[in-house]
Design a protein around this ligand. Structure first.
Ligand SMILES: [Zn+2]
Ligand SMILES: [Zn+2]
Length: 379
């Protein structure tokens, strides 16, 4: 077996590329090396195969994780099996490229794959659910295999099928789109290539009926806003023994007044009293896991200073790493002083003026007015 090129290098993406970036990179490369655009060019053909093979693995989260850990070995003999189509154009690769071109052109997925429609659902979770991960039930209204005819579409299992008159059994019809010949699922048989002789009454021969299903979606800890989770085969049933489509769960993660998230890191702005910041103190701060922890604030802490709490952030997807939490201090000047407080602060100010080394006590303040002086005196 020839040495294989790194899948990420084939697609010209970083190892950290998101699913969206991978898809973009794949489209770009596949367009460039597509055999229709490079007739008779063997190098392009080889490259096109490599691109499809790479994308076939990397687009699948599980396969990608296996590849990240074990490299190509994960998919060789005895590995988890990367699909049989690697050798030639007959495999998953070409179907996918048809699918891509299909949705690039605003159409439905290509005919060769013969699956039901994909279903998209939106799931909203809170920031703390994103932290811990959660199982969320989602309701999806989709077509499922008809119960009366078990998805065959036939009222009489002995009546059998007959070849579809529209596509002559191919399951797909072809149409010219720019310089590509694009395949679409046959509108008569929806991709199965067959029509039933004696249609089922419940589903009128389609093999599917519409139903609401509830699925429990496992959302992994550390999920970010906008993440898309694919559940293979949980989409719409295709009918007539055609494979079901996939379910895509789009996760949107809510915000918080207390915590701001930046990737795996969390920021929490904590207001301190002026005296706490000046004298130093220990404060209790909330942690995203629902607990609290104590943080030492040294004397002389300024607004904007950060205190890092290691490992108190989100987990990083596909890794055992964890982000950190940052306490961002904001010093609050007191309002509505009592007469006694006012007196004390006036005394404090007088004391500062008389005895303290101002450059040490308030270096920024002193420095600033020194700069102002220099500016106007033209130094
Ligand atoms: Zn047909
Ligand atoms: Zn039926």
């Amino acid at each position: 077996m020839a040495t294989k090129v790194d899948f990420y290098a084939v697609l010209e993406v970083e190892r950290t590329a998101t699913a969206e970036e991978l898809k973009k990179a794949y489209r770009k490369q596949a367009m460039r090396y597509h055999p229709d655009r490079n007739p008779g060019d063997e190098t392009a053909e080889h490259k096109f195969k490599e691109i499809n093979e790479a994308y076939d693995i990397l687009k699948d989260e599980q396969k990608r994780a296996a590849y990240d850990r074990f490299g190509h070995a994960a998919f060789e003999n005895g590995g988890m099996g990367g699909g049989g189509g690697f050798g030639g154009f007959g495999g998953g690769g070409l179907d996918d490229i048809f699918e891509m071109f299909g949705d690039m052109m605003g159409g439905r997925r290509g005919g060769r794959r013969r699956t039901g429609n994909d279903v998209q659902v939106q799931v909203e979770i809170t920031l703390s659910e994103a932290y811990s991960g959660i199982k969320k039930p989602v309701e999806i209204r989709t077509r499922i295999a008809c119960e009366s005819c078990h998805g065959t579409g036939s009222a009489d299992s002995n009546a059998g099928d007959t070849t579809c008159p529209t596509c002559h059994g191919a399951g797909a019809v072809r149409a010219q789109q720019g310089f590509f010949l694009v395949e679409r699922p046959c509108p008569t048989c929806h991709g199965s290539g067959k029509v039933v002789k004696n249609p089922c009454k419940s589903c009128r021969g389609s093999g599917t009926t519409e139903q609401t299903r509830t699925l429990e979606i496992a959302i992994p800890p550390g999920v970010e806003d906008g993440t898309r989770i694919r559940l293979t085969g949980e989409g719409e049933a295709g009918g007539n023994g055609v494979q079901p489509g996939d379910l895509y769960v789009h996760v949107s993660v809510g915000g918080s007044d207390i915590f701001q998230r930046d990737g795996a890191n969390i920021y929490c702005r904590v207001p301190l009293r002026m005296t706490q910041a000046a004298l130093g103190t220990e404060i209790e701060v909330p942690v995203i896991d629902g607990t609290r922890t104590r943080v030492k604030i040294p004397a002389g802490t300024q607004t904007g200073e950060n205190f890092r709490l290691r490992g108190k952030g989100f987990s990083v997807l596909r890794s055992s790493a964890r982000g950190d939490m940052y306490i961002q201090v904001a010093v609050e000047t007191p309002h509505h002083l009592s007469p006694r407080q006012k007196e004390l602060l006036e005394e404090f100010e007088a004391e500062a003026g008389e005895t303290q080394d101002q450059e040490k006590a308030n270096p920024e303040h002193t420095g600033f007015f020194a700069k102002v002086r220099d500016f106007f005196e033209g130094k």
